[in-house]
Design a protein around this ligand. Structure first.
Ligand SMILES: Cc1cc2nc3c(=O)[nH]c(=O)nc-3n(C[C@H](O)[C@H](O)[C@H](O)COP(=O)(O)OP(=O)(O)OC[C@H]3O[C@@H](n4cnc5c(N)ncnc54)[C@H](O)[C@@H]3O)c2cc1C
Length: 280
C-alpha cells in the first residue's frame, strides 16, 4: 500500500506528485504516460511562469525531465472506481486493484453534457470501461462512442471478444489501423446520440439511425467524479473542497480543473501542491 495515490498526470497531478515525493511519501501516479494533460493542447502559453513561448514538445520534455529527476514514474492506468475501505482506499482499473492510504483526484474536467440516456442506463447497458465490463458482452454487438484516440486500444480489446464493434470516433484524428483494419469493426459517423431500452439499454440511435447493441461504451478521458467515488459532495460539475483541498470523503483530496473555475495552469499547480501537503 502506498501513502498517496494521485489520479491524473496534468499540471495538478504532477504538482501533487512532486510535492508528495519531496515530503518523502510513497506514491502511485495514475494517468496518461504523455504527461501534461491539457498543457499539451495549448498553442501558446502566456500566463504560466516558466513556460512562455515554449512548444508542446519542449513543455513535455521539461515536465518529463522534472519527473524523471525526482524518480517519479507514471502507472499508465485509467482508474474507474475508488472505494473507501475504512482507513484506506482501493482503486480499480480493469482487473487491477491498487491500495493507498490517501487519494488525490486531479483528473481534470470534460466539457459537454452527458448523452441522452447515459446516466439513466449507466451499469445497465452503458459502460465507461471496456476492460472492466467487456467480458459481459462477449460474442455480442456493442457500440463505442470514443472521445479520444487513446481509447482505440480499449475498442481493440472489445473487437477481440465481441462479435461486432460499431465505433464512433468523436475526435478529429483518423482512426488508427488497430481498428480500421479489423473485419468486425465498423467505423461510423454520428453526432446526436440517444441510448434507450427497457430494463437495460439495448438500442442506440445516432442521427436518426437505430442500431441494436448489447452495450454502449462511452470512452472519455474523464469519468464523472460521482461515478468514480460514490457519495462525494459536488458543486454542479465540480468536486466541493475546502481551502486544504479536502473533499467530503475523508482522506480524499481534489485539485485542478475538477474543483472548479478558473481553469488555469497556475491554479491547478497550486491546488496540487496544497492537496499533497494536506494529504501528507
Ligand atoms: C486549448 C487550451 C488552452 C489553454 N490555455 C491555457 C493558458 O494559456 N493558460 C492557462 O492558465 N490555462 C490554459 N488552459 C487551461 C488548462 O489547460 C487547465 O486549467 C489545466 O490543464 C488543468 O490541469 P488539471 O491537471 O486539473 O487537468 P488536466 O490537464 O485535464 O489533466 C487531467 C489528467 O487526468 C487524466 N485522467 C482523467 N481521468 C482519469 C482517470 N480516471 N484515471 C487516470 N487518469 C485520468 C487525464 O488523462 C489527464 O491527463 C487551456 C486549456 C485548453 C484546453
Amino acid at each position: 500500500m502506498v501513502d498517496i495515490a494521485i489520479i491524473g498526470t496534468g499540471v495538478a497531478g504532477l504538482s501533487a506528485a512532486a510535492t508528495a515525493v519531496a515530503r518523502n511519501k510513497s506514491i502511485l501516479l495514475f494517468g496518461d504516460e504523455q504527461i501534461g494533460g491539457k498543457l499539451n493542447s495549448a498553442h501558446e502559453i502566456k500566463n504560466f511562469l516558466g513556460f512562455f513561448g515554449k512548444s508542446e514538445e519542449e513543455i513535455h520534455n521539461e515536465l518529463k525531465n522534472h519527473m524523471d529527476s525526482l524518480g517519479i514514474s507514471v502507472t499508465p492506468k485509467k482508474i474507474t472506481n475508488i472505494y473507501k475501505m475504512g482507513d484506506h482506499f482501493s482503486l480499480i482499473s480493469g482487473r487491477d486493484i491498487f491500495e493507498a492510504k490517501k487519494v488525490i483526484l486531479a483528473s481534470g474536467i470534460s466539457f459537454g453534457k452527458p448523452l441522452a440516456g447515459e446516466i439513466e442506463f449507466l451499469g445497465r447497458g452503458v459502460s465507461y470501461c471496456a476492460t472492466c465490463d467487456g467480458m459481459l458482452y462477449k460474442g455480442k454487438t456493442v457500440a463505442v462512442i470514443s472521445y479520444s484516440q487513446h481509447e482505440e486500444k480499449e475498442a481493440e480489446f472489445l473487437s477481440e471478444i465481441c462479435e461486432k464493434v460499431l465505433y464512433f470516433p468523436m475526435y478529429k484524428e483518423a482512426v488508427g489501423e488497430v481498428l480500421s483494419g479489423k473485419a468486425n469493426v465498423e467505423v461510423l459517423k454520428g453526432k446526436d446520440f440517444v441510448i434507450s431500452g427497457g430494463m437495460k439499454a439495448d438500442k442506440l440511435v445516432y442521427d436518426g439511425e437505430e442500431v441494436g447493441v448489447a452495450c454502449t461504451f462511452i470512452l472519455r478521458e474523464n469519468i464523472p467524479p460521482a461515478q468514480l467515488i460514490s457519495g462525494i459532495e459536488m458543486d454542479g460539475n465540480h468536486i466541493k473542497t475546502d481551502r486544504q483541498m479536502k473533499t467530503s470523503v475523508e482522506g480524499l483530496f481534489a485539485a485542478g480543473d475538477i474543483t472548479g473555475t478558473p481553469y488555469q495552469y497556475a491554479k491547478a499547480a497550486g491546488e496540487g501542491n496544497v492537496a499533497a501537503l494536506s494529504a501528507c
